[in-house]
Ligand binder design. Sequence first.
Ligand SMILES: [Zn+2]
Length: 57
Amino acid sequence: MTDPEPSVRPVQPPDEDEGGDPACWANRVCPACGRLADDEPPTVCAECGTEIPGPGD
Ligand SMILES: [Zn+2]
């Protein structure tokens, strides 16, 4: 007795919860090297150390 193995399983799309506003991370992009900062600005780039100002100057 052999159970047929489900070799083809339904592929589920990645559950990417992109919540709306694409600009929410835009201010986190390092102006010098383009790296996305790990923290909310104001902060410094973890890659090159460039200061990333927060919103509202
Ligand atoms: Zn940088």
